[in-house]
Design a protein around this ligand. Structure first.
Ligand SMILES: Nc1ncnc2c1ncn2[C@@H]1O[C@H](COP(=O)(O)OP(=O)(O)OP(=O)(O)O)[C@@H](O)[C@H]1O
Ligand SMILES: [Mg+2]
Length: 366
């Protein structure tokens, strides 16, 4: 008989969160049956004086994916990510990594896990001010016991890959925020951990620098295929980076899906409010709206991964008819798309909010 752990890793799932509950307060364990019974955050606080941090949460993060978790302040994002390297202990439930329950790790296993398998990139960089760029990036390797010379050669490679060649002898205080976060990223990558945990890692940066960092991460990820759990408040960032997105509210998962799933089929008014003001033409791609039938399609070949904004240009000269859609390597026609379905997807839906969420479900402008 195969164990649940074995099944988990065989599915390509790297991190499996199972019925995870975290309650803050004097008697957290006593609250577990109530939470399992469906008692929400507001009631738990009002009736029992405990704070529901999470739960119960079940979630899969697939190997090689960027999985984004987003939601309003206080919804439990940091609590969730900190369970993955056990900076926080669960009140109930477990976290499996590669099929092994890390909540059962001994102190020694946990140390090895943090050093070698899961690296964290922090919002406020958390660099050692007295170490140079090279010293900071090499630090994780030195902790792993790698000799200094070897650690520094490896670190130098990562300093270059994040675009900081020539800055290796500087100190953090001599660098801009964006450069400091490049160091943070290089430090996390240098340990060769296959999991990166990033809690609002780009949120302290100016918008342009932030977009730069997203590009750096996407470029590196195309090569490295790490499993990245990325927390953000920012929907544009989530849609840009995430292969999948989980939306939390009051410690619970409200929706989990790909960008088109979240944008085209928001689970409720809370999610709909998140996606209301985004530029749908820029975040949705042809793949999400095309039809598998090819019949009758004509005109220029439209790549599957084009945004709807790009697709519109294929209809400038002739708005009628359907265009053939081609797959990634440009060789096969995989379907077709017409102007009406593109326009329908771009149009902002008229949401009926009656009965869905109270004022607390309203979001500040993004
Ligand atoms: N140590 C703690 N003691 C008591 N309550 C806590 C503790 N840590 C977190 N909480 C509560 O748990 C809930 C989730 O907090 P968490 O920090 O995970 O939210 P978040 O989504 O990361 O918010 P933000 O976007 O502001 O970072 C909040 O209600 C918070 O007040
Ligand atoms: Mg947080």
């Amino acid at each position: 008989m195969s164990s649940p752990e074995g099944e988990t890793s065989a599915n390509g799932v790297k991190i499996a969160v199972r019925d995870l509950i975290k309650v803050f307060g004097p008697h957290p364990a006593a609250m577990v049956p109530l939470v399992r019974d469906g008692l929400g955050k507001a009631e738990l606080l009002e009736l029992y004086g405990h704070v529901l941090g999470l739960g119960p949460v079940t979630m899969d993060v697939r190997a090689g994916h960027v999985h984004v978790v987003m939601g309003l302040s206080g919804c439990g994002k940091s609590t969730l990510i900190r369970h993955i390297n056990r900076l926080i202990e669960p009140t109930a439930g477990c976290v499996l990594v590669d099929g092994t329950d890390i909540t059962a790790f001994s102190a020694r296993d946990l140390r090895a896990f943090r050093r070698r398998r899961a690296s964290m990139v922090f919002q406020r960089f958390a660099l050692h001010p007295h170490r140079t760029v090279l010293g900071n990036v090499a630090y994780g390797l030195r902790v792993q016991g790698v000799p200094r010379a070897k650690a520094e050669v490896c670190a130098l490679g990562w300093v270059e890959r994040v675009g900081l060649a020539g800055f290796e002898d500087r100190y953090p205080a001599q660098l801009s925020g964006g450069m400091q976060q490049r160091v943070g990223l290089a430090r996390a990558l240098a340990t060769d951990a296959d999991i990166l945990l990033m809690d609002e890692a780009f949120s302290a940066l100016d918008p342009l620098i932030r977009t730069d960092m997203q590009d750096v991460l996407l470029r590196l990820q195309a090569d490295l295929k790490k499993t990245i759990l990325f927390i953000t408040h920012d929907l544009d960032e989530a849609l840009r980076l995430g292969d999948r997105i989980t939306i939390l509210r009051d410690g619970q998962v409200i929706q989990e899906g790909t960008t088109p799933e979240i944008v085209l089929k928001p689970a409720d008014a809370y999610v709909a409010d998140f996606v209301r003001d985004i530029n749908r033409a820029r975040v949705l791609r042809v793949k999400a709206v095309m039809d598998g039938a090819i019949n009758g399609a004509r005109g220029p070949l439209l790549p599957l991964s084009s945004t709807l904004e790009e697709a519109l240009t294929f209809f400038h000269e002739d708005p009628s008819g359907r265009r053939p859609v081609i797959n990634g390597d440009g060789r096969g026609v995989v379907g077709s798309v017409g102007l009406p379905e593109i326009l329908r997807a771009i149009e902002r839906p008229n949401l009926d909010r009656s009965g869905t969420g109270g004022p607390e479900a309203r979001l500040p402008p993004l």
